[in-house]
Ligand binder design. Structure first.
Ligand code: GLU
Length: 486
């Protein structure tokens, strides 16, 4: 039997990381089993629909390399794959359930329902639809239908007994029908199916073999199975996925900017790193491997490695993955990705981006940190002269002015301002003068950067700044030191 999985997002906004991970596991499993991965857009809740959200779904999946075999744009044998375009297909199925006694028309108005809801609350009970309209006679139903009284169609759920199903992650799940079942709406007054109904009809019609979705659906599954059984359809395998959490207690949240795929991409995380890490939040490859390409994930993926405890999404861990992926980029690619971030800090300068990229690649964990790391090349920070003091390098407030003057004299006569020539002029000159490299290069780097730690050393920075700016900053350093020593 061919494995058919599906990702069935509702286009309600950006792509949540939990959704990306759900899509990923569905994709990986379908590919691993040589099956089909289907994309279905669940937009029957028109009130929650957000313009443009469908494109966000397509773009995100594509960026992540999760290509679907059947779906809205590529088509397939079970189309359409957008639920609102399937609108007319659900009612006949609901009517079939009415005929078999598994569903019924309900004409209760919103006001009537609210009044009963309030009354139940006053009694300290949780309101469940009370099967009021199930007691209508056939003639009463027909009269209302003829009069075009608005209606919904409800499931006629059992009130007693229990329901059991097997989940491939959580094992056998048993629920009391009195808790898990209710006469949920299948068809709404506007004729649209509810998610609760459409997911069953569509998963059946699309031949879905494995339903992988968030564990918030664990307890609704008995209701879906009731429908499968009422139709006499085969129940799919269930694979419920734990929630992606920020820590033990908190979900990823929109407010903290850590919920959406796009939050991370705009901070300068690489999609490959994000996907790699996300795969491991909730799934275990069974060995200690951490780094996986998408193909390697397909190879390694197995439902038995899915966790039953919540996946903690640790941003620091993601950053560690990201830094490693950045280190592995071809230098050209790094330059291409880093350039816009360099621009943020360095627009208007003539800094050699190619050289800067070489110096920055190994130090870049997230691209959004790059502008702050390179900004000193445009604007010298206002630094403390204490930075000149470094015992190990034999640099002190007293020795630094002499070292800087020496540098100024040498650098003024460097014939060609490139790194090799600067190096080959300065280093021998230091030796000739009987000085120590550290005692000269430490204060030089401080004067040029105003920072304790920089990408590259004094010579690289001098090159990037250009001769004029280098000499200007040395002059500023001398002034600062004269002031401090006065
Ligand atoms: N549209 C549902 C959601 O976004 C899909 C759940 C499912 O996979 O069945 O939560």
């Amino acid at each position: 039997m061919e494995v058919r999985t599906r990702f069935a997002p509702s286009p309600t906004g950006f792509m949540h990381l939990g959704g990306v991970r759900t899509a990923l596991y569905n994709f990986l499993y379908a590919r691993k089993m040589g099956g089909k991965f289907i994309l279905r857009i669940e937009d029957t809740d028109q009130e929650r629909f957000v313009e443009g959200a469908t494109d966000v779904i397509y773009d995100t999946l594509k960026a992540c390399g999760m290509n679907w075999d059947e779906g809205p744009d590529v088509g397939g044998p079970c189309g359409p794959y957008i639920q609102s375009e399937r609108k007319d297909l659900y009612l006949p199925y609901a009517k079939q359930l009415i005929r078999s006694g598994h569903a019924y028309y309900c004409f209760c108005t919103k006001e009537e329902l609210e009044a009963r809801h309030e009354a139940a609350k006053a009694r300290g009970e949780v309101f469940k639809y009370d099967k009021h309209c199930l007691r209508l006679t056939q003639a009463e139903i027909q009269r209302r239908l003829d009069e075009k009284v608005p209606y919904v169609i409800r499931m006629n759920a059992p009130e007693t007994g229990e329901s059991t199903y097997h989940d491939l992650v959580f094992g056998d799940m048993t629920f009391q029908n009195s808790d898990a079942m209710d006469d949920m709406v299948l068809i709404k007054a506007d004729g649209m199916p509810t998610y609760n109904f459409a997911n069953v009809v569509d998963d059946h019609l699309m031949g879905i073999t494995h339903v992988m979705r968030g564990m918030e659906y664990l307890s609704s599954t008995p209701k879906y199975n009731f429908l499968y059984n009422a139709f006499g359809w085969e129940i799919p395998q269930y694979v419920h996925l734990t929630t992606v959490m920020r820590d033990e207690k908190h979900k990823l949240s929109k407010r903290d900017g850590d919920a959406y795929y796009s939050d991370f991409i705009s901070k300068g995380y690489l999609t490959e790193a994000l996907i790699n890490y996300l795969a491991l939040v909730g799934w275990n490859p069974g060995d200690n491997r951490e780094f996986f390409t998408l193909d390697e994930l397909i190879e390694a993926f197995d439902i038995s490695g899915l966790h039953t405890s919540p996946g903690i999404f640790d941003v620091n861990k993601l950053t560690y993955f990201n830094a490693e992926y950045i280190r592995r980029l071809a230098p050209e690619k790094y330059l291409e990705l880093a350039a816009p971030w360099f621009d943020q800090a360095l627009a208007g300068t003539r800094v050699d981006y190619r050289r800067l990229a070489e110096l920055m690649q190994a130090r870049t964990e997230i691209f959004s940190r790059v502008p702050d790391m390179v900004r000193f090349l445009k604007d010298l920070p206002d630094y403390d002269t204490e930075l000149y003091v470094n015992k190990k390098q034999k640099s002190s407030l007293e020795s630094a002015p002499e070292a800087l003057s020496f540098c100024r004299d040498v650098l003024e006569r460097v014939p060609d301002w490139n790194e090799t020539v600067i190096h080959d002029t300065l280093i021998p000159a230091i030796a000739e003068a009987g000085k120590k490299n550290g005692a000269v290069l430490w204060p030089l780097r401080i004067a040029l950067s105003g920072l304790l730690s920089t990408p590259g050393g004094a010579i690289e920075i001098a090159y990037l700044l250009g001769r004029e700016e280098t000499l200007r900053r040395i002059g500023l350093g001398l002034d600062k030191l004269a002031h401090a020593n006065a």
